[in-house]
Structures are given as C-alpha cells and as structure tokens.
Design a binder for this molecule. Structure first.
Ligand code: G6Q
Length: 548
C-alpha cells in the first residue's frame, strides 16, 4: 500500500529523476571532484556543526529537495506551529513545546490565550521547589533531607527526563541521586525501592493524563511502600505530581498544591521542557535546566529564521526523506560517541517513530509514500562491535547520524582521542568503502598467496557510498543538549509536513493502553470464555496454567 508509489507532484517527480541519476554516482567521486565539498555541505549554529557532505547528494539533488519543501509549504507550517495554530489536526490542538522554552518576550497564543504567563508561573514553581529540595529546605516527613528522587512515569513522561538526567550526570548535585521507574514489571519497582530509604526518598509521579495504568500501579506500590514505614501523613512530604489532570491527581491522594501543571498543547514526547523536567531541575539545578531551555530556544530561533539552504533541521529532514522515499531505505541509525548520551537513541526512537509512524494523511487518505523510518542506535564505540557489521557490509545501506562531542567530561589519558578517531574513521569508511581491487592489494601486501587473495578479496571488500551525517559540538552541556533535542524535534516535524501526516497524535500507543485492559480480567479469572483468535486463547490458557 505505501512506500511503493510516489505521490506524483512536480517536485516529487523531479526528485525521482534526480534519484535515477544519483544512484549511479559514487560519493568518493564527488569528493574527488570537489575539494570544497565538505565546506559546502556543512552548517554551523552556535557551537553545533552539521557536516552532511557524506550523503548521496549534489547541488541538483539539494535544490530538488528544497523544491519539495517549498512545494509542501514547510515555511508556512513552521509559522503555524509558532503561532499556536491547531496543527495537531486529529486532536484539534496547538503544538507548543516551543512555548515552554520561549526565552524571548513574545506572546504565544493557543485558543486565543497567551500561554506564556502560565508557563512562566510553573517554571517559577519548579525553580522554588527544586532549590528547596537541593538545599534540604523541603524535607521528608521525619525532617531528613531528600536525597533520592524517583521519577515514576512511562513513554514521554519517562524517556525525556531519563535521557536528559543521564546525559547531564556530570552536573548532578552532590548527594542527590535520580532513579526511574517506568515498566509495569514489578522488577522495576523492586529494584529501585530495594536500595532506598523511605525517609530520604521523593517520588515524582509524572503522567500527563494521570490515567496510565503502568504509572498509577507503580505509584500505588511506591505509596504503599512509603506508608508502610512512615504512615499516611508522609505522602504530602514525599509525593509530587506532574500532570494536566488535577482531578485524577487529587483522586490519587496527592494534594493539588504538590502538583506541577502542564497542558494539552504539550505532547508527551515533547514534554521534557515542561514540569516533566522537574527531576532534571532537582538533579542539575534550575540554572542548568534554563540553559537546556536556552539551547532549545536557540535552535527554535534558527529553525524559524534561517534560510532553507542553511536551516539545520530542514536539511536533516530532507536528507531523511531522500533516502526514505527515493532510495527506499526505511531505517536509520543514531550513534552518539559519548557514554552520557547512551540513551539518546531510545529517546529519539520514540520522538521519531511515535510522531511519524502514521499511515493516514491530512486529507483522510491512506498515504501513498513511506512515512517514518525505523530508528535504532547505541553508543559508540560499543555498537561498532555489534551491528556495525551490517552497516558496512549488509545488502542495504543504513544512513547514520554520528553525534560527537569533541571534549569528554572525563578526559582520561588517550580515551577520548581514541573514541574520536573511531567515529571519524567510521564515517570515512562508510563513505569510501574498499573496492575488490583495493582489498586484493591489501591482502597481497600482507603476504597472502594468489589463491588466498582470490578466496578472500570479495569478503574483505566494502561497497562504500553509505551515507552519514556528523553532528559535532564542543561538550555535552545543557545548552548543546537542548539544541540537539530541538534539532531532532524539528526534523521530525518537517518530515511530517512533507508526508502530510499528523506528527503529534499517537493512536497506536493509545490502542496499546486499551488492549491490555481487555485481557487483564481474563488472566485474573474474572472473565471466562472471552473470544480471541486461537493463538491468543491458547496463550492465555497456558499463562494461567504456568502461574497457577
Ligand atoms: C508520548 C506518548 C506516550 C505517553 C505515555 C505516558 O507522546 O503519548 O509515550 O507519554 O503513554 O502517558 P501519560 O503521561 O499520560 O502517563
């Protein structure tokens, strides 16, 4: 149904022609022919560099891609988002994560109301609370300082704060530790609670809707654990909520005064900039949280104002479209070369796949082209020793984004130089490859016989011509991280525009929330003989028998 036929607009057809030409061109040759290629295809934005020269592109391709962005009205849609138009068209909502980090003085409207005063008010509340916890002024029920902060949330209410806390670990206040409980698997609770003292633990229940079964079940378990040792009155001193749903927060037994609000115009996976970032504020301090917002704002301003040809999120998005829709490569990898960024790929996986894993367009038709690709990744150099084999020699290329801080927070001996030499060498090798003749030559030089050379030369060859982007910056600090996240958010947004889909709903995730609720009473023996397919019926039966 999708991915096979293009929607034959003028710009699309032009790109199909460019693809026919470009697929015969080797990047090696393009580099050899133009000494300034790297310079030409590199962008800079306030400390962040994007080198996209190792892509299967030339000026004609870039101009055709920019033509597609123009044809799809990307510039107007960007304006619409910043003006609070209801671009989340299936839920009739504005999409205003950009307002959460609006560090300027401008007003931003949703539904005719300026949202900035309420955003600033919550930020102020976050500042006061996080400082009180850090300074030991907000104490636990027995008068002790709260040292262990547990974020209970899932999906958008977990991945953002988790990734950011881990990325900024070097900035954590001394004596404060962050923990995350997301999975409904009791192991998640058991493992975290097992190491904690109730007197010094603060629970943050993070849930936009405050109806998510995993989060509420985990929160109830943690509440019981606390009450069992400190009594009911301790809840007010050890539980806060982050939510849009005051009624449910109250019902759960958390005083709405201990609730930090956010709003429907903030999507879960775009919410780390909101109250959902509370654990980040406590861990790294409000000043650093503000720097994170500053970095994102810097990217927002760039995205809004930069010309298309030098607009980083736009260029990244178009390159993704180029491979996804013209080369028919429906996957890409993000590889951070920094241990602190090891969870960036999982975070981006949600951002990209939940936003653009869609099949119906704005006009209510099934799409005729492939939409969101599969994103995967992991920290380099570890992944070089695992799935990089396929990246180098698999039958289909996988475009890669390398994310690279030039300086490590832990500059020990030669470690970081070795790490950096690896990432640079990987990009080069993917692009250049190694011809069979070159492989043969290498084998001969290594003293192999003719027979051995003939037997091995193909196995030792690499097609090359495999695309990668390199995102380079000085160090992983709050500002750079803010820029980086916002860059990917906007990239995903632009791709959604090109594919004419809604990047801001998540019906598939919501389906999952309903489905489990149907089977739960059957597993608990409360409903018998419900109808399912034979496989599900058999599995339910077997699970019940194994758990008996
Ligand atoms: C994010 C998704 C999803 C959501 C979780 C948790 O964009 O909507 O990942 O964040 O399902 O939802 P709650 O925050 O409502 O508990």
């Amino acid at each position: 149904m999708f991915g096979l036929k293009s929607n034959k607009s003028k710009a699309w057809k032009k790109l199909e022609q460019e693809y026919k030409r470009m697929k015969k061109v080797e990047m090696r040759a393009l580099f050899a022919a133009d000494k300034k290629r790297a310079q030409k295809y590199t962008l800079h934005q306030n400390g962040l560099t994007l080198d996209y020269s190792k892509n299967c592109i030339d000026d004609k391709v870039m101009s055709a891609l920019l033509g597609l962005a123009k044809e799809r009205g990307v510039a107007q849609k960007i304006k619409d988002m910043f003006e609070g138009k209801e671009i989340n068209f299936t839920e009739n909502r504005s999409v205003l994560h950009i307002a959460l980090r609006n560090r300027g003085k401008s007003q931003i409207f949703s539904d005719g109301k300026d949202v900035m005063p309420q955003i600033r008010e919550v930020l102020n509340k976050m500042k006061n609370f996080s400082e009180a916890v850090r300074l030991g002024k907000f104490k636990g029920a027995t008068g002790k300082k709260l040292t262990d902060i547990v974020n209970i949330g899932i999906g958008g209410s977990d991945l953002g704060p988790f990734m950011v806390c881990e990325a900024l670990k070097k900035y954590w206040a001394k004596g404060i530790r962050c923990h995350f409980i997301s999975n409904i698997d009791g192991t998640a609770c058991a493992e975290v609670l097992g190491g904690l003292n109730p007197e010094t633990t603060l629970f943050i229940v993070a849930s936009k809707t405050f109806t998510t079964i995993e989060t509420l079940t985990n929160a109830k378990t943690c509440r019981k654990w606390l009450i069992d040792s400190l009594g009911e009155h301790a809840v007010a001193k050890h539980f806060v909520a982050l939510s849009t749903n005051k009624t449910e927060v109250k019902k759960f037994g958390i005083n709405p005064e201990n609730m930090f609000e956010f709003w429907d115009f903030v999507g879960g996976r775009y919410s780390v900039w909101s109250a959902i970032g509370l654990i980040v504020c406590i861990a790294v301090g409000f000043e650093n949280f503000e720097k994170l917002l500053d970095g994102a704002f810097d990217m927002d301003e760039h995205f809004r104002k930069a010309a298309p040809e030098s607009n980083m999120p736009l260029i990244l998005a178009l390159l993704g479209v180029w491979y996804n829709n013209f080369y028919n490569i429906h996957r890409y990898a993000v590889i951070p070369y920094d241990q602190y960024l090891q969870y960036l790929p999982s975070y981006l996986q949600q951002l990209d796949m939940e936003s653009n894993g869609k099949s119906v367009d704005k006009e209510n038709n099934f799409v005729k082209c492939a939409t969101g690709p599969v994103l995967f990744g992991g920290a380099g150099t570890n992944v070089q020793h695992s799935f990089f084999q396929l990246l180098h020699q698999g039958t289909e290329p996988v475009p890669v984004d390398f994310v690279v801080p030039a300086i490590s927070h832990n500059e020990i001996g030669e470690h970081h130089s070795i790490l950096l030499s690896n990432v640079l060498a990987q990009g080069e090798a993917l692009m250049k490859g190694k011809t069979i003749a070159e492989a043969a030559e290498e084998l001969r030089k290594a003293g192999k016989s003719k027979k051995e050379v003939d037997a091995l030369k193909k196995y030792k060859s690499f097609t090359g011509n495999r695309p990668s982007n390199t995102l380079l910056f000085k160090k992983i600090d709050p500002f750079a991280l803010g820029q980086l996240i916002a860059l990917y958010e906007h990239k995903v947004f632009v791709q959604g525009i090109i594919w004419n889909i809604n990047s801001f709903d998540q019906m598939g995730v919501e389906l999952g929330k309903q489905l489990a609720l149907n089977i739960l009473p059957e597993l608990q023996g409360k409903v018998l003989n419900a109808k399912h397919d034979s496989s599900t019926m058999a599995l339910i039966k077997e699970v019940k028998s194994l758990r008996r």
